[in-house]
Design a protein around this ligand. Structure first.
Ligand SMILES: [Zn+2]
Ligand SMILES: [Zn+2]
Length: 347
């Protein structure tokens, strides 16, 4: 089978950008196209013929060493495909079923976090496309307890970005403690935020939603999806925020978002690693009971609920499809930012 494999971490070369990680090699093509054997599903596992694979900011983090993974590794944790074969003991899904796979690939099931359904915080949590091989390939293997049925209203390419960008965004929305009528700010407007604004619009009809993005195209998309205002993060918004989500890898944006919160406001940061440090001043950013919280991984419940919510709300997903062989180009576009919607690979 064809697979795009990461053998060693590298800084992804982008014209005009300064070097950030001089200890890593600088590469145009950090992923290598390889011809590998189709993997065998083990006990409790299924083999999936991949038809679409979402590209995530986290994949850029993995390539550039900000998220440590096994190496070599096949990236990709937003997989859509059809079950091609099942291992022993599999009973929930069968050959021919259309399924999705998300970032959460395994958790211990017995620690305090797992027992209370917070397997995203499990100390032995394992991630798809990181701790085991993911979907930048024609086939992948996944545990049957970690595959999901997909809403019929989406084609395979549209369904892929629901599984991470959407599901993690949905978790961020839950952690916000959002209520109808509160003013919500979204910082960054990529694969995740363009889905979450539609859910927020449905769930909180009288809330005002302000979108902070430096891309004019993103601002236009935001307005078409229900934003009450859109402008760059440095612009003065028409009002302060009760709740906000920061989707950007930029440290300064976190400080900016906190400075725009009303007293008692809350910010959720929805990104694994910031590429620049977050410099906070207690009085300017946190005083008056303002809070900041991170969002880590996803639980199975997040994924299942979001797939249902998105299908019901008819969340529109904008996708840019690349051939699997062009995964390096796709990664570069995600790293640079400015993609309108989500990037998806077609094996
Ligand atoms: Zn992701
Ligand atoms: Zn656990």
């Amino acid at each position: 089978m064809k697979a795009m494999v990461l053998r060693e971490c590298a800084e992804i070369k982008v014209e005009g950008e300064p070097r950030r990680y001089p200890s890593l090699p600088l590469k145009d093509d950090p992923l290598e196209l390889m011809d590998l054997n189709v993997p065998e599903p083990g006990f409790g596992e299924v083999l999936i013929r991949v038809s679409a694979c979402g590209v995530c900011q986290t994949d850029v983090d993995i390539v550039e060493g900000r998220r440590v993974c096994k190496l070599p590794v096949i990236l990709g944790h937003q997989a859509v495909g059809v079950v091609a074969r099942v291992g022993g003991g599999v009973s929930r899904v069968g050959v021919g079923d259309r399924v999705g796979v998300a970032w959460i690939g395994w958790s211990c099931g017995s620690c305090n976090y797992c027992v209370r359904g917070e397997e995203n915080l499990c100390g032995s949590f394992k991630a798809t496309g990181c701790d085991f091989n993911g979907c930048y390939a024609e086939y992948m293997v996944a545990g049957e307890a970690y595959v999901y049925r997909l809403p019929g209203v989406y084609d395979d390419f549209e369904a892929a970005p629901l599984l991470c960008a959407g599901a993690i965004g949905y978790r961020a929305l839950r952690l916000l403690g959002m209520k109808d009528g509160l003013t919500l700010g979204l910082f960054g407007f990529g694969a995740s935020a363009h889905q979450i604004i539609q859910v927020a619009r449905k769930l909180y009809p009288s809330s005002r939603i302000l979108v902070f993005t430096r891309s004019r195209e993103h601002a236009t998309l935001a307005e078409s999806l229900g934003a009450d205002w859109a402008g760059p993060p440095t612009a003065e918004p028409p009002e302060k925020l009760d709740r906000a989500v920061d989707f950007t890898p930029v440290g300064e944006v976190t400080a900016r978002a906190l400075s725009l919160l009303k007293p008692g406001g809350r910010l959720v940061v929805n990104v694994i690693r910031k590429r620049s440090p977050i410099a906070l001043d207690y009085t300017e950013h946190l005083w008056m009971e303002r809070e900041v919280k991170s969002v880590a991984n996803v639980t199975r419940r997040d994924v299942i609920e979001y797939l249902e919510v998105a299908g019901r709300a008819r969340v529109r997903v904008t996708v840019n499809v690349y051939k699997l062989e062009d995964a390096n180009e796709a990664l570069k576009r995600v790293k640079v930012g400015g993609v309108t919607g989500a990037v998806v690979l077609r094996p």
